[in-house]
Design a protein around this ligand. Sequence first.
Ligand SMILES: Cc1cc2nc3c(=O)[nH]c(=O)nc-3n(C[C@H](O)[C@H](O)[C@H](O)COP(=O)(O)OP(=O)(O)OC[C@H]3O[C@@H](n4cnc5c(N)ncnc54)[C@H](O)[C@@H]3O)c2cc1C
Length: 538
Amino acid sequence: MSEEFSFRTRAENLDRIAREALDVLVVGGGIVGAGVARDAASRGLRTALVERADFGSGTSGKTSRLIHGGLRYLRKFKVGLVRQAVRERDLLVARAPGLVHPLPFVLPAYRDRGPSKRVMRFGLFLYDFLSKDKKLPRRVWLSSAETRAREPRLNPGGLEGAAIYYDAWADDARLVLAVVRDAARAGAVVANHAEVVGVRREGGRVSGAEIRDRLGDRSMEVRASVVVNATGVWLDRLRWLRDVPTLRPTKGIHIFLPRKKIGNRHALALTARRDGRVVFVLPWGNLTLVGTTDTDFHGDPDRVLPDRDDVAYLLDAVNDAFPESHAGPEDVVSAYAGLRPLLRRGTADASESDISREHSIFEDTDGLISVAGGKLTTHRAMAEQVVDLVCARLRRHVPTRTVAEALGPSLDPLETFMELGFDEETALHLQGRHSAADVRSVLETPVARERIAEGMPHVWAEVALALRQEMATSLEDTMVRRLGLFYEASDQGLSVAVPIAERMAPELGWDVPRVEREVDAYRDLVAAHRAFKGDHGR
Ligand SMILES: Cc1cc2nc3c(=O)[nH]c(=O)nc-3n(C[C@H](O)[C@H](O)[C@H](O)COP(=O)(O)OP(=O)(O)OC[C@H]3O[C@@H](n4cnc5c(N)ncnc54)[C@H](O)[C@@H]3O)c2cc1C
């Protein structure tokens, strides 16, 4: 598992993409494109995957981090949608134990707002019933006293009791990275920071694409029998018929708060008093992740940021559920925003809830195959369908292999990490992200075991892993999606941005001005994500 997957691998891969004719070029390194590349490569197709920014930098790295069936869709009788998601959840829990972890949820029932206990009972019966292998524990019912014992700081006013049910969680960007690495292991040629700037057509049929290397400032032409457009909310930019937009994105934000401020002990699925929407409150180490909002979005998809109203909505919901917390914008450790690539149905005036959360695969008259919608959870099933269609176009009928294959790092015992010289907190942190073999492979310097920032479990070995085995090629890649300091550190990692950039410099050939540019770009990113704080952000 310790093979190189680095800046050098990326450069070699781009040379190969330019040289070799492909069966399938996948555009977009979110969870969907990564899943398609993994499925196609493991069926033996000559596959390439290109991502214009970093893997997981689009919607797939801005999620609620849940691998779930979507219990709330049962209220809309979307049984088929939930059945598929529950089964894919179960598959991920079984096949990716190092990445996807079971998570018990408390679902409180209140007298003054829905859903009623009766509706909850029926919904959760169905939710458990739809799971085929039934590996996750089943629902349990708690009285109001038992609920208060489990969640002492939960608002007791009108509390009738609660249900406990199970879903799962994953670090979304690391899940995408694991799928990308798995695709590469299966033979896919992959590169981040490589953008498709135009689809090539011959005789009205797609024959390849023009790719711009955004780090090397070079362009190349690629020949591919099939091109799959998995660019999420950017989908229409690659299609030649774009008079009617395919998607109607909605924006969703999340905030991280100090867990001791909120006091939640478990994950909770709350019903917001303001509008009856579900808001998740999730434990994340010493932090609590709260999300999400769902508002129409008409702006530039390249610039999606949490604003003051979004944050106020989530703070209202969490303060209502945990009345002693009095959390304000100044308490927010970090916030992020993403766009749901929802499929447009019916009229342009449809409300957000009328927009389909299912996925769709369609083929334009030039042969371009586009895929959009769906969920992080259902990416494997979506990818399987896309690659079935690709195989039909190539007249090569090979069944998918991804149902049976393991995904991501092994889940090694905590002691194995402690035997490598890490304290318990860091060992636990590493265990949720890496295999012990990968960590061991980058421990050649004594500094590798040292912590990067005070009070955070992250160690320098993770920077080495990001560079050598995770294709991190910018400071942002490392801070946001490899280490997660952007989300988890109280200063969003600003105090260690310079030393981390300096550590990356020799591997990536950065000179001093380049280090400065990387750090400035990171500071700008953090400032933009803290702008909602107004005076508090300074
Ligand atoms: C707020 C929110 C919360 C969510 N929570 C969950 C959850 O908890 N669980 C769950 O299962 N699902 C969740 N979802 C849904 C899920 O995140 C999305 O459906 C999924 O991530 C979409 O993945 P994607 O690959 O289609 O899009 P993206 O992740 O956006 O990937 C598309 C990629 O294409 C790249 N790209 C664009 N143009 C080009 C080009 N020309 N050349 C090369 N690359 C290009 C982009 O940079 C981007 O990385 C959530 C969604 C949102 C918005």
